[in-house]
Design a protein around this ligand. Structure first.
Ligand code: EZ4
Ligand code: CO
Length: 401
């Protein structure tokens, strides 16, 4: 069997997605997600100009060799654009291998290690009462874990808070600007945990996303203040370009830490994992080199008591979510999977067989990943440039979004 053709489909059913579809000379097809929020066309061009020509005629069964060919062969290693492109190829080849074998991909990864994939939803509010209502809706639907976010008094348009049914931060072509106040945030956040614990008790698993806004010593203070509320994790307290910065946070707090949604390589997390500076690694299939590379990251994590908590926001397509679920089901050190349901338009473009039930997601039992792209449907939603926002401090200084 040989790869006969491959093409990139860019569509925007409510938001932009980049998808790679590979076809073999025997008619078997595979799909891979290549979406990089706000930088979609860079990955699309990387695939079309530099990767697809080299795929034609290759044996699709040689997944590891193709991964090494694209990684080592580029000379310029790592980075989100390169690794998302490699991920798309890798994911599509796993899909093909599963279809050829007649098995769902999780069976090729060693089979099921658990009955279902525990997921967390995004509860948010513009105030504590509206946050409590949002948490209640997730509990009613059977969720066992929720991420809680609320805007501190006086701060609007901050990350993670939405009054729309689907949270979508990427909007205008030129980034919108938001204002951030660390003192207001640090003063407010413990009160939302106190309110949610008082209302929902100790067994609901809770997380919170700091979205890279703090310094290490500020994060240490927040982690300490949140200890009474027994978080499952505090996410991205500081940017992680400096993995060593987490040593300082770790010295001061027992609040578990989760990092890695922007990581694209095992080298982004090697110190964090091997020194046990974090508790959950949040890298995901599309941005971290596909199933092949993410499995390698997760295996390193398993050696050091670090569990997984893969990113699963709506800018990761149902193709990525399908792949993530097969991996989540098979690995020994699964922790928790982020899950934000997609819009009806997105679900129609990407028909998929995974399903939510009683707080768990279950991957499709079909051979391969159990997801596809309906290209006629996709063609109804052309690409629209959309960027993530930027954040500034109150005096105008650029900050981390
Ligand atoms: O802001 O995926 O934990 N989830 C998140 C996301 C990110 C977006 C960025 O593209 O932080 O909502
Ligand atoms: Co996050």
């Amino acid at each position: 069997m040989r790869i006969a053709s491959a093409r990139v489909v860019v569509c925007s059913p409510g938001r932009n997605f980049v998808t790679l579809k590979i076809e073999t000379d025997e008619g078997v097809t595979g799909v891979g997600d290549a979406t990089l929020n706000g930088r979609e066309m860079a990955v699309a061009a990387y695939l079309t100009e530099h990767v697809i020509p080299a795929l034609i005629g290759r044996d699709p069964a040689r997944i590891e060799d193709t991964w090494q060919y694209l990684y080592r062969g580029a000379y310029w290693r790592r980075g989100p654009v390169t690794m998302s492109a490699i991920a798309a190829v890798d994911t599509a080849l796993w899909d093909i291998k599963g279809k050829v074998a007649g098995l769902p991909v999780y069976q090729l990864l060693g089979g099921r290690s658990r009955e279902g994939v525990t997921v967390y939803g995004h509860a948010n509010g513009t105030s504590v009462p509206s946050l409590l209502e949002s948490v209640a809706r997730f509990v009613e639907q059977g969720y066992r874990a929720v991420r809680i976010q609320a805007s501190p008094p006086g701060m609007t348009d901050i990350y993670g808070i939405s009054t729309a049914p689907i949270y979508e931060p990427a909007s205008s072509a030129i980034p919108s600007e938001t204002i951030w106040s660390t003192p207001a945030y640090l003063d407010f956040i413990p009160s939302i945990f106190a309110a949610v614990r008082a209302e929902f008790g100790p067994s609901l698993r809770l997380t919170h996303d700091v979205h890279h806004r703090l310094t290490p010593i500020e994060a240490a203070r927040l982690g300490r203040a949140l200890e009474p509320y027994a978080l499952t994790w505090l996410e991205d307290p500081v940017p992680a370009e400096s993995q060593e910065a987490y040593r300082l946070i770790r010295q001061h707090t027992t609040t578990p830490l989760a990092v890695g949604e922007v990581f694209n390589s095992i080298w982004d997390a090697s110190t964090l994992i091997s020194e046990q500076l974090i508790d959950y690694i949040r890298a995901t299939v599309v941005h971290a080199g596909g199933i092949t590379h993410l499995r390698r990251v997760f295996d390193l994590a398993a050696l050091h008591h670090v569990r997984t908590g893969s990113h699963g926001a709506t800018d990761l397509s149902p193709v990525c979510m399908s792949a993530a679920l097969h991996l989540d089901l098979a690995i020994p050190n699964f922790g928790l999977q982020e899950y934000m349901p997609h819009s009806a338009e997105t679900d129609a473009v990407f028909p998929h067989g995974y399903r939510f039930e009683a707080g768990y997601l279950h991957p499709s039992e079909e051979p391969g990943l159990g997801v596809d792209i309906d290209e006629a449907e996709a063609a109804r939603y052309p690409y629209r440039a959309a960027s993530l926002p930027v954040a500034r401090l109150e005096d105008g200084t650029m900050h981390n979004w």
